[in-house]
Ligand binder design. Sequence first.
Ligand SMILES: Cc1cc2nc3c(=O)[nH]c(=O)nc-3n(C[C@H](O)[C@H](O)[C@H](O)COP(=O)(O)OP(=O)(O)OC[C@H]3O[C@@H](n4cnc5c(N)ncnc54)[C@H](O)[C@@H]3O)c2cc1C
Length: 500
Amino acid sequence: MKVKEVLRIKGNTLFSVTPESKLSDCVIMMADKDMGSLVVMSGGKLVGMLTFREVLRILAKRQIEQRVGPTPPFTEITVGEVMNAQPSRASSNMEVDELRKLMLENHQRYMPVVDEDVLQGVISFHDVAKAILEEQEFENKMLKGYIPTGRWKSPIPDRCLPGGVMRVAVVGAGIAGLACAHELRLRGCRVEVFEKSRGPGGRMPTRWLGPVAGQGGFDHGAQYFSAEHPVFQRRVHEAAESGAVLPWEGTVVDLAYNQITPRPASSPRWVGVPGMSAFGSWLAKDLTIHRQTRVQKFFRKNGRWTLETVATSGAQASLPDWDFVVVAVPAEQAAELLVESATLSQAARVVQSVPNWTVMLDFEQPLVVPFDGAFVHDSPLGWIARDSSKPGRQDSERWVLQATTDWSQQHLEMASEDAGHQLADVFLGLLGIATSPTEIRAHRWRYSTPLNPLDVECLIDRDLKLAACGDWLRGARVEAAWLSGWALGHALDIASPVAV
Ligand SMILES: Cc1cc2nc3c(=O)[nH]c(=O)nc-3n(C[C@H](O)[C@H](O)[C@H](O)COP(=O)(O)OP(=O)(O)OC[C@H]3O[C@@H](n4cnc5c(N)ncnc54)[C@H](O)[C@@H]3O)c2cc1C
């Protein structure tokens, strides 16, 4: 495992101070954010680390001097006076074993990761331990799947269509459902996907507001995605070869306490082209998808499943004879659909999704802002991005704003127009912009991302022939959703069809 994978697992939040910052302010920030270290930056470069060790040392020194010695009072001390000015550094391509050794040898609990003078993040002992544990659990799960026969056990040994082909219904054409359907199709199943909305992609959509088709799109769900796992990387590279995704080269920063700190990517930030929805559409090619068809419920009849669907037009249908049903929808909706299996529906009920208010802004003129995306701290906004800086979208100046979970929760029932205007004002104030947007649209995500994913690949009720995949199982990211669907496709592997 490489250091960059630990950085990915731990997430991107990074707080920086300058050598001139007051130590007392830093202690408040560390306590407030529950952090053991701060990076000290000057001129965009790392110049030191401040950890609780330095803080304790100076406190102890003053105490030993009984507060009358040469050490000034705590409130007068600056970071530059006490920081570790020469911390050991790791690089993102370093192996984690090497990093552990370096941390132990240097007695350094927090290690800055720097590539060619650019800070990538900070890793603590806790982050290392968590990443290793996660990796071991993943390997264990994969290994268990092979025991005892050396290949995945088939959970579907019996009922098949004539010719031995399994008939599987996948509910939900988000990234997880599409990944699962693709794997099952490769394995000879006859798969049909049911999707309640107009197109595939789920929470990775594009809202087209422009006068011309394919123009004026906003990515109002997932903003970009990473591909760290080799299997997902392969699939993303296939999509890149066909032009459906490209890396976003925009400048991404942290915007905290009026300071801008670069946040370079340790791996490409992938986006769909010309909008995020392109990736879902690409994954959906070759699949049979029933669009605008909501699965209301399904039940067992003669040992097989019958689906009850309703189309957007209002037309209802009862579709019998499915060998297996895969539910690939967010946790709250999955809990309702999975009622036939107490185990699966209870698991879904454990997971809670958080809401998110997203705002789309269109401007007549380009805004003079020195970055294209920012993780905003200490503001009602958590993320802002110049959507038009992504590849294939340069037709006007468009920004997407995402409120923090706290703000979104507190204003969940606010009228959409009011939420849009309030957050647009915060954005304009934050960047000191006098120009008003020509268009403000807000979108309320009631179930944006799972707060407490179960940290398993997927769930299968082998007796009922019912399974679930999605981001509420493996993690709240596009990559995790895809891996969950992919893992389920493998776990249901029937390799060679069973003859009847
Ligand atoms: C605002 C926002 C920002 C995000 N930003 C990022 C980001 O920057 N990077 C990142 O990696 N991830 C991001 N995510 C998370 C990412 O989008 C999700 O983790 C991922 O897309 C989930 O995929 P999924 O297939 O599990 O579920 P979904 O995408 O929700 O797919 C489920 C599908 O099922 C359909 N469906 C539901 N019920 C039924 C039914 N009864 N019948 C038929 N169809 C049904 C839905 O319409 C949907 O298409 C973001 C999410 C949101 C909301």
